[in-house]
Design a protein around this ligand. Structure first.
Ligand code: MN
Ligand code: MN
Length: 399
């Protein structure tokens, strides 16, 4: 069961790249033992791992922080994780009153509030406006090109931003301050019909994030538009949604079917309790981009042609699964895993290995895999995204 035995009697425990059958050998260093402890299935991969699968994991802890008065941000894009062509992610925090300035971009923006509260604003092409406060478990979606802002409320906030293009960078958006700074003052004067001196104190470059005062209540900041408010809301309360519950966990799916504006991003918020597993499955529509909110687990990605590679994942990691590759995520810790599965797609779609087998002629499945009634009799026609069976769990490793 446990294939990462270290040197007995040593304190603290030092994991070694040795299999129970003796394959491998002691790593005398140089090495980073803290990282090796976090990556037991990478230090001693399952014997089923084989072939060339590229890196499919990157931690926000290995990114470069952008620090401003008012908050911070860091991102995982194609520059950090080259396989991730469909989605780029940004982890951002705003202080109470901190502002992510008025800006827009070519990509759709999907965001999940991790903690705290923020106020978001937007205006669409028809002059219809939007303002809302968002809290933990809420998400928002801004279509490409729609101008918007985010401001931390009394308790500040931290959130995950997702964009439907791996090449995106949040440091390369179209910002209101940047545009003002790079427009001749006489043009600003002609545009607004005021003297050029009115713009003598504007920022000389992109502001990005800045410290402001905590705004008053939502009602105090309402701006009446003669064209009304946006017809499809940009906000959705995902955590408040009734989940699909199965033994060992739950799944909440959000896509254009229940959040109509979100036509370019689909997602699922998944809970995997200790001892449980996101079942073997794949997605028939696009690559999967993952963000781990809590817990620790392992994922093996099956790429076909004998290739499979296992990754240890934990809170703050981004994982990636190329289109249609088979995978599972098993909880290897004592804490519940919460993670997001995100797709550049209008709909969430997954294919269950178990359900596929259950709905295929029994004789065919039996002869193909040489398995007997013990397995065939318990195949499930209903999809269980997360599974947990009494007596079956990841063997706890010495830590
Ligand atoms: Mn944005
Ligand atoms: Mn998946």
């Amino acid at each position: 069961m446990d294939n990462s035995e270290g040197i007995p009697g040593r304190t603290p425990y030092i994991p070694q790249p040795i299999r129970p059958d003796g394959a491998g050998g002691v790593d005398r260093g140089p090495r980073d033992i803290m990282r090796d402890l976090q990556n037991p299935d990478m230090l001693v991969p399952p014997v089923t791992d084989a072939g060339l699968v590229p890196n499919l994991r990157f931690s926000f802890s290995d990114t470069n922080m952008t620090l401003n008065h008012g908050g911070w941000s860091r991102e995982i894009t194609i520059r950090e994780l080259p396989i991730a062509t469909t989605i780029a992610g940004v982890n951002m925090s705003l202080t109470p009153g901190g502002v992510r300035e008025l800006h827009w971009h070519q990509q759709a923006e999907w965001s999940y509030m991790l903690l705290g509260h923020a106020r978001i604003t937007a205006v669409d092409q028809d002059g219809r406006n939007f303002i809302a406060d968002v809290g933990p478990g809420d998400l928002w979606y801004f279509p490409p090109g729609i101008p918007h802002s985010i401001q931390g409320l009394e308790d500040g906030c931290e959130f995950l931003l997702v964009f439907d293009d791996g090449h995106f960078s949040d440091l390369n958006t179209l910002s209101i301050s940047d545009w003002f700074a790079h427009t001749p003052k006489d043009v600003l004067s002609a545009n607004f019909g005021v003297p050029a001196e009115a713009f003598s104190a504007i920022p000389s470059q992109q502001v990005y994030i800045y410290q402001d005062h905590v705004p008053g209540p939502l009602s105090s900041q309402q701006v009446q538009s003669p064209y009304g408010t946006i017809p499809l809301t940009f906000k959705h309360s995902l955590l408040a949604q009734e989940p699909i519950r199965t033994p060992g966990g739950s799944v909440r799916i959000v896509d254009s079917s229940n959040f109509p504006i979100s036509t370019q991003i689909a997602a699922a918020l998944v809970e995997i309790q200790p001892g449980a597993m996101r079942e073997l499955h794949w997605h028939p529509n696009n690559d999967e981009w993952q963000y781990y909110l809590s817990g620790q687990g392992r994922m093996t990605v099956f790429a076909g042609n004998g290739a499979a590679r296992t990754f240890d994942v934990r809170a703050g990691d981004v994982g990636y699964v190329p289109f249609a590759y088979g995978h599972y995520i098993q909880n290897t810790g004592t804490e519940t895993i919460w993670f997001l599965e995100i797709f550049k797609s209008s709909r969430f779609q997954d294919v269950s290995l178990n359900q596929w087998m259950a709905l295929t002629p029994r004789e065919l499945v039996a002869s193909n895999l040489n398995i007997g009634p013990e397995t065939l009799d318990v195949l499930r026609k209903e999809k269980w995204p997360v599974v947990k069976y009494p007596g079956f769990s990841y063997y706890p490793r010495p830590r």
